[in-house]
Design a binder for this molecule. Sequence first.
Ligand code: PMP
Length: 408
Amino acid sequence: MRFDPDKLRSEFPILSTHPGGRPLHYLDNAATAQLPRAVLDAVSRHETESRANVARGVHILAERASMAYEDARGAMARYLNAASPDEIAFTQGTTAAINIAAQGLGAGFKPGDEVVLSELEHHSNIVPWQLLRDRTGIVLRVLPVTDDGRIDLSALDRVLTKRCKLVALAHASNVTGAVTDVARVVEAARAVGARVLLDGAQAVPHGPIDVQALGIDLYALSGHKMFAPNGIGVLWGRQEVLAQMPPVFGGGGMIRHVTFDATTYADPPKRFEPGTPPIAQAVGLGAAARWIEALDRESVVAHELRLTGRMLNGLAGIAGTRIIGPTGLQARRGVVSFALEGVHPHDLCQWVNDRFGVALRGGHHCAEPLMRRFGLDGTSRASLAPYNTDADIDALLEGVADARRHLA
Ligand code: PMP
């Protein structure tokens, strides 16, 4: 069936609401994407028919809840092409996943071991490694960013040394939209015996990922950016990698046996899931993965690229704008950051919200080192989902041109 963004829109109840009394042009999908009816219904059905705690009861609701939770794990294993559902640890989101990876892997690091990051990382993929550095004496090395907002992989030779234990990079940038050339990173990392972690927060909403084909070791993602509820995400790890990681949080559900002298831990992924997990949220994540899989991916990608091209061209045509990121469509997502000379991003976002119903994000996007690289304290950012249409782009361009006339 032909992909029809207007029809798709109708699956998202919030998009036909009129917050502020006007149609909503939601272009803040990189922060949080909206929920389709399929996900809302899956969560609601779970809470009304199967709500119970998981893995601890024999009554019918406990069994249903446990099955639904494990079914969601299976759905995410398929979405990521994991070798086994046991490679899927549910977390609160990308931030939690990277913190667990940092503390877990870090248990095996020695002072002087190196972790390589890049200048465009989200704070979620910087601060956990700094916390680890401050505790263990590892060294952080940073790949620079090119003028068009990509990780400068030509610096890999210089930055990666034999002491490197891990390369941890964004799969796609939440600021510039640039997609990382993972094959090149993996090749360089393997050459020095280092592992590779990808922050997939901005890559997963755009369709299933093949972690095996990528050849990486760990992958972190957030549900709320891929049309699922808040409070759920995944740390995927190759089985042997997760098996080497000690638990980070302790509590119920992650143990084999507990005595006051010595406690033994469950195998992954349970080792990383202490306490009662966000069960309905996991069910929603599984439903979201299935919903994305059912989309006609080629048409969705073509649609988003066409709209991205319209944004890039349209913004370039407004005097005083500067795109922070690739200006072409190669290896980039529909995340477009820009600066408007003489206008603070917060003022611009407020203006287009109040007058045009356009939801953008303005600020440093949790990427202060990248802002510094471009000499800015923030940008305005428009980010797409498959339900965005030409009307959203028209409103954006009209709004930015209007803001320039009134605010610059
Ligand atoms: N990494 C990237 C690239 C992101 O875009 C985000 C969310 N803005 C995060 C990590 C953090 O995700 P969360 O807040 O869902 O943990």
